[in-house]
Ligand binder design. Structure first.
Ligand SMILES: Nc1nc2c(c(=O)[nH]1)N[C@H]1C(S)=C(S)[C@@H](COP(=O)(O)O)O[C@H]1N2
Ligand SMILES: [Mo]
Length: 248
């Protein structure tokens, strides 16, 4: 967490002190990820304060095309070492499908063409990586909210689980999953999404740190709780000591 957002947190926390909202800090929602100790307390506090500050779902800043970074770094997995992925890549991902399952009325598996036929959104945003770099890029894709609506998200769904070809997984509450700038991106800077940046489709979650924007999507699942997944911390990276909630 940056100094600024920590300051915001403290200011926000004292502003909220009398409102009873802090009571909801004890957990990140029923069925949400759980983590003990001081780390858990500070994550829940940060989450609650940011949810309060962002309660009207404001859009993150979008830039004009001339602000796009000449170089957009790429890290961690840049070309998944997976047999099925490599085969699919060779045929231009024409056999690629994205299953959407779990608490949805109409489970489906969308092709790249299916996603491209849906309403598109292009956004030029600042990506911030926890490893200390940031870059501005343009992303084109379909809002996750639209895909979930097509799949018929059920009222009892409260979180979205996303898994990737390279074994990453993460979860998002509906507040972030249904945010208008949360998109399944198949385009970058006006062209197709490059392999290194997560082709054929990656997630963009603009209001959190870069590690929440999963690349190489393999499946989407709607669930009512995430505390039973893995170690119960809500994501692969939170098992490696990063925060589940990485609001910026
Ligand atoms: N599947 C997958 N998603 C991922 C990663 C990864 O290694 N694998 N790295 C994460 C991190 S830490 C960041 S900062 C961004 C990097 O995206 P980029 O390679 O397009 O810059 O992707 C995120 N999503
Ligand atoms: Mo990152």
């Amino acid at each position: 967490m940056s100094g600024i957002s920590r300051r915001k947190l403290i200011l926000g926390a004292s502003a909220l002190g009398g409102t009873g909202l802090l009571a909801s800090c004890e957990r990140i929602g029923e069925g949400g990820p759980s983590r003990g100790g001081l780390y858990g307390i500070s994550e829940r506090l940060s989450f609650t304060v940011q949810r309060f500050l962002l309660r009207h779902q404001p859009l993150v800043r979008e830039f004009s095309p001339d602000a796009i970074s000449a170089v957009f770094p790429t890290i961690n997995t840049t070309d998944p070492d997976d047999v099925a992925y490599r085969r699919s890549k060779e045929i231009g991902f024409s056999d690629w499908r994205l299953p959407v399952r779990g608490l949805v009325a109409n489970p489906a598996a969308f092709s790249l063409a299916d996603l491209k036929a849906m309403p598109a959104r292009t956004q030029i945003t600042l990506h911030s990586c926890e490893q200390g770099w940031s870059a501005i890029g343009g992303w084109t894709g379909v809002p996750l909210a639209h895909v979930l609506a097509v799949a018929g998200l059920k009222p009892e769904a409260r979180f979205i689980v996303i898994r990737t070809v390279d074994g990453w997984w993460d979860t998002y509450d509906l507040f972030d999953a249904l945010h208008p700038q949360t998109i399944l991106a198949y385009g970058m800077n006006g062209g197709a999404l490059p392999i290194a940046h997560g082709a054929p489709v990656r997630l963009r979650v603009e209001q959190q740190l870069g590690y929440k924007s999963l690349k190489y999507l393999a499946s989407i699942e709607a669930v009512d709780r995430v505390d039973g997944l893995g170690q119960g911390r809500g994501s692969m990276v939170s098992e490696l000591s990063f925060s589940w909630y990485a609001g910026i």
